[in-house]
Ligand binder design. Structure first.
Ligand code: PEP
Ligand code: MN
Length: 337
């Protein structure tokens, strides 16, 4: 950490800052320039987390040298994390596709969709049983019934299951039924929930919040990792901007930025990013080209009558076409699919 002192700093103020730093067991290196005096802090700067150095008299600015996220950073672990879900390797050379309906609606729709997405090449089945809806009057999901249907779909197809957890009280229930726990965009900063899934023994797919910076996104992943669970998949799903022509704006640059900052696998959800099925294909292709480790795509056998997100859901035939195109592109960017 580097502490820049004010031009008119007094020796007494410098001594006070130094005393604070030494008080937590760190040492200092003071550099007196013509214009400014700078204090370099030597040692683990996390020891200073609870001391508001910025407000000490004589201090102009404080610049941390280390990233605020540690366990999830590339500095901490150079090689990429690979997560094995029932033999599906996430984060390796193979790009994995998660597909399925926005929410589990009924047995027939789910099973038919599951069979179709498997046929097209999806490796994991998605389906919400607890839905985070903007309106309390919209379909909220089938709850435990939905989880039972997901389990049945897994028995039929062999596809591992991902579903969203919204309430810490449902953690054990979800863990009994699903292979990956999803934390939705709206709960990315629900820190109690993050700590809860940090203590479980299941991979977690963490979606980026609607208005979260990449740093905040990584800090949320750090919450999970700090409790012991290191199997975290990050998912960019579009952020709020001033642009109304798509539901959200897909932050495609988040992928290379995240790949540099963290060893965790990075997915893209083009469906929630754009909100229109026609735009899912180009964004999915872009995601593969830019280095995403996987995709999450909403597929429905009858989007017109879907209870949730029909407008952005692909019909199985369109999903099949997209998978073929992704397969053609993958070798050009050094990936398998
Ligand atoms: C979802 O994937 O079901 C979902 C609700 O997405 P998000 O949290 O990204 O809005
Ligand atoms: Mn949805």
């Amino acid at each position: 950490m580097i502490i820049v002192l004010k031009k008119d700093v007094t020796q007494e103020q410098i001594d006070h800052v130094v005393e604070k730093i030494r008080g937590v067991g760190l040492s200092v290196h003071i550099s007196r320039g013509k214009e400014r005096t700078i204090i370099g802090v030597i040692g683990d700067e996390s020891a200073l987390a609870s001391i508001p150095l910025e407000v000490l008299p004589g201090v102009e600015s404080v610049m941390p040298v280390l990233k605020p996220y540690k366990l999830v950073s590339r500095e901490f672990k150079e090689e990429g994390t690979v997560i094995d879900v029932d033999g599906v390797r996430i984060g390796g050379r193979e790009v994995q596709v998660i597909a399925g309906p926005c929410s589990v609606e009924n047995r027939e729709t789910l099973l038919k969709t599951a069979v179709e997405v498997k046929k097209a090449g999806a490796r994991i089945l998605r389906g919400g049983a607890f839905k985070p809806r903007t309106s309390p009057y919209d379909f909220q999901g089938l709850g435990i019934e939905g989880l039972k249907l997901l389990k049945e779909a897994k028995r039929e197809t062999g596809l591992p299951i991902i579903s969203e957890l919204m309430d810490p009280r449902d953690t054990d229930l979800l863990c009994d039924y699903v292979d990956i726990i999803q934390i939705g965009a709206r709960n990315m900063q629900n820190f109690r929930l993050l700590k809860e899934v940090g203590r479980i023994n299941k991979p977690v797919l963490l979606k980026r919040g609607l208005a979260a910076t990449i740093k905040e996104f990584l800090m949320s992943a750090e919450y999970i990792a700090s409790q012991g669970n290191k199997d975290i998949i990050l998912c960019e799903r579009g952020i709020r901007t001033f642009e109304p022509s798509t539901r959200n704006t897909l932050d495609i640059s988040a992928v290379p930025v995240l790949k540099e900052e963290t060893h965790l696998p990075v997915f893209i959800d083009p469906s929630h990013a754009v909100g229109k099925w026609k735009l899912v294909r180009p964004l999915a292709m872009a995601a593969l080209a830019v280095g995403a480790d996987g995709l999450m795509i909403e597929v429905h056998i009858d989007p017109e009558n879907a209870l949730c997100d029909g407008a952005q859901s692909l019909m199985p035939d369109k999903f099949g076409e997209l998978m073929r195109e992704l397969r053609a592109l993958a070798p050009a960017v050094g990936r398998d699919i």
